[in-house]
Design a protein around this ligand. Sequence first.
Ligand SMILES: Cc1cc2nc3c(=O)[nH]c(=O)nc-3n(C[C@H](O)[C@H](O)[C@H](O)COP(=O)(O)OP(=O)(O)OC[C@H]3O[C@@H](n4cnc5c(N)ncnc54)[C@H](O)[C@@H]3O)c2cc1C
Ligand SMILES: CC(C)=CCC/C(C)=C/CC/C(C)=C/CSC[C@H](N)C(=O)O
Length: 478
Amino acid sequence: SAELRAPPDKIAIIGAGIGGTSSAYYLRQKFGKDVKIDLFEREEVGGRLATMTVQGQDYEAGGSVIHPLNLHMKRFVKDLGLSTIQTSGGLMGVYDGETLVFEESSWFIMNMIKLVWRYGFQPLRMHMWVEDVLDKFMRIYRYQSHDYAFSSVEKLLHAVGGDDFLGLLNRTLHETLQKAGFSEKFLNEMIAPVMRVNYGQSTDINAFVGAVSLTAADSGLWAVEGGNKLVCSRLLQASKSNLISGSVMYIEKTGTKQTGNPTKMYEVVYQTGSETRSDFYDIVFVATPLNQKMSNITFLNFDPPIEEFHQYYQHIVTTLVKGELNSTIFSSRAKDQFGLSTVLTTDSSDMFINNIGIVSSVREKDSPQPSTDGTYVWKTFSPEILTKQQILKLFLSYDYAVKKSWLAYPHYKPPEKCPSIILHDRLYYLNGIEFAASAMEMSAIAAHNAALLAYHRWNGHTDMIDQDGLYEKLKTEL
Ligand SMILES: Cc1cc2nc3c(=O)[nH]c(=O)nc-3n(C[C@H](O)[C@H](O)[C@H](O)COP(=O)(O)OP(=O)(O)OC[C@H]3O[C@@H](n4cnc5c(N)ncnc54)[C@H](O)[C@@H]3O)c2cc1C
Ligand SMILES: CC(C)=CCC/C(C)=C/CC/C(C)=C/CSC[C@H](N)C(=O)O
């Protein structure tokens, strides 16, 4: 094996969401026990993984579902001694502003007949298209298990599926599927509602995030018992990192004279309480979206300067309401005959919500049971905060409502260019991957990649970075 130089003395990670905490975990694995890792967080550990409480029970408010083939998340849960709960269940309908254009049936065969009747074999072809994208994307796990790293998101995506795969970032989902022969009716009634519930956007998002979003309609989705954010706090513990509660204001490139050590290149200046403090680091990981509204970090003394990121993040509000749904908005059927537990909406629906569905608490293993008065806890995503009138329109009566506003994920606008991973010599940025697709697993993949990249660059192992033809090369290896 290649020669190793002494490990770095100190690494800083900014942001204790799933990206930052999994970075701490992978950096510890690669650089060993002696390196000091400081993890800066200005709010809560978990970031966009958070819960909200309704009458003593906690519910996921941000990142909530995990795909059965999200192998990093699966591995974390296993290694960290956490348990899982299944999240799927209940019947779904699609509302177009006037009527329910599709209603799931509890009888499997009936569902198939309904789908084929309305859309022919398009649902099956769609499933095959998504599976093909996912199959290729999953090659990343093999590359990472052999320690290979990529210096840009584009190179990573190219390595898993070549030019066509990378091309998914440059085209909208709509044009990609239109070219593949899917009908407007199918795109409007079946695909657009899935994009609205998952990314609060239309089918004009890039085709890769479109495929990721469609995998979230697969069966077998799961969540972490007790809340997905537990993964972050456990990763933090397991990595033996030092959590610093503070807001990073500046990252400054230092001169060697300042630190007396040629590798301590960066000074991180942060605010904790009313105090401003700083420390010097060999390597810095930025694990939060770099835009003024979200992290407000200024880079000082870099030549050439670190570019400004002006990318726009989509505003989404999560509202949890405990109450009795006014199902007559969606259907003329009697309320005890309604039967749907999720309603998605089409782009033309003109509704003030993107979707609404019954949710289970983070501790419930089974499908949610109604309380004695027949009410459930419903979750809805909307582009704006709901007014009291709007909540009263949705519910015949309600006991309780809580909300949380997010700058949730990028506003996708292909052709997409993902921000660089290497911002400077030893300064790495993880969240560029969100411009390909934003999901917990994507942040974990970015974290593993950046930890491998930092390790190989520290040790001069250039042969482990941006290797071509990895799929063919590793196919023959056990
Ligand atoms: C409503 C919603 C629903 C979602 N649903 C799903 C889902 O079902 N499945 C899925 O896989 N994904 C989902 N996602 C996406 C997923 O939650 C995110 O992709 C993922 O959590 C991002 O993690 P991250 O660590 O990269 O960023 P974040 O979680 O945003 O972490 C960044 C952290 O950095 C901190 N920070 C920022 N600036 C500073 C600073 N200057 N100093 C110190 N700390 C700072 C922030 O407080 C934050 O904690 C959803 C997201 C939202 C908002
Ligand atoms: C990265 C890969 C291959 C798959 C991830 C699939 C996945 C679980 C994507 C989730 C996307 C997302 C942002 C969903 C938000 S809404 C989730 C849920 N429907 C809810 O109502 O909370």
